[in-house]
Write a protein that binds this ligand. Sequence first.
Ligand code: ATP
Length: 290
Amino acid sequence: MDIALEQVGYTYAAGTPFQKQALHDVNVRIPSGSYTAIIGHTGSGKSTLLQHLNGLLKPTSGVVRIGETQVTKDTKGKQLKPIRRKVGIVFQFPEHQLFEENVLKDVMFGPLNFGVEEEEAKVRALRWLERVGLPEGTAEKSPFDLSGGQMRRVAIAGVLAMEPDVLVLDEPTAGLDPAGRKEIMDLFYELHGQQNLTTILVTHSMEDAARYADHMIVMHDGTDVLQGPPGEVFADAERLGEWRLGVPRTVSFQRLYEEGAGLPPGPPALTEEQLAAYLAADLGKGGGAS
Ligand SMILES: Nc1ncnc2c1ncn2[C@@H]1O[C@H](COP(=O)(O)OP(=O)(O)OP(=O)(O)O)[C@@H](O)[C@H]1O
């Protein structure tokens, strides 16, 4: 399902003394089936943009196209429900939204809300709890008796149980330890391939963008400033620096080419020529992942 934003602007608290224009003239295209990373300095508009991807926010101006559906400022709430079923968002610290008395009910909540039958919702919930790596018996527990990492997995299973076509991830590993981070990111990468998902990752980690994404969007000061494959985006180190973004350490690029170095299966994000050009220009000097 292709997604496009055309001349999108968004103003918080419009018409009040607190109004704040968070997006202006955003024109981006997220190809169906891509793994797209959205990067940008803090306050550049990434979270505001992603809330347009499932109709949580409607643009103040311009058009958001999600598959066949168009969203403008005049779109009615009822028309947004089908979009929410197709586009699942894993928010930052999603475990803060757990609320049911047991894990099973929490994971079933989304599918039931979208009209899935009770039995089917239960089957899905148990399947996704297992798929995100939670031990048997977790379903009966209270979410609040789990570790932080386990709660995160429950919340992720809740989004996956809705079986969306598009999975939007807003810093999904924030606050996890390095091993937990890698497990979760590798899981998303596997699902991306297995479920034919369009995956959209908002991240501050240039390493993750280089490692997993095949398409990138750079946001700066409320608008898109660069789009393309990671190899092209990271080759523009000078402009990235102007937007207060680093490039991944050179070692990451080398790692991308070291077969089996803990990388998920799939083609490397950079072609050999791009890597050679990068290393020749020595752009990695001093460039660190943020
Ligand atoms: N609810 C809100 N009300 C008013 N202004 C807001 C609101 N949410 C965000 N903003 C402002 O909109 C701008 C874009 O914020 P946004 O959260 O989209 O940026 P971001 O790139 O996601 O930042 P971060 O990387 O820190 O999460 C910022 O100037 C922010 O202060």
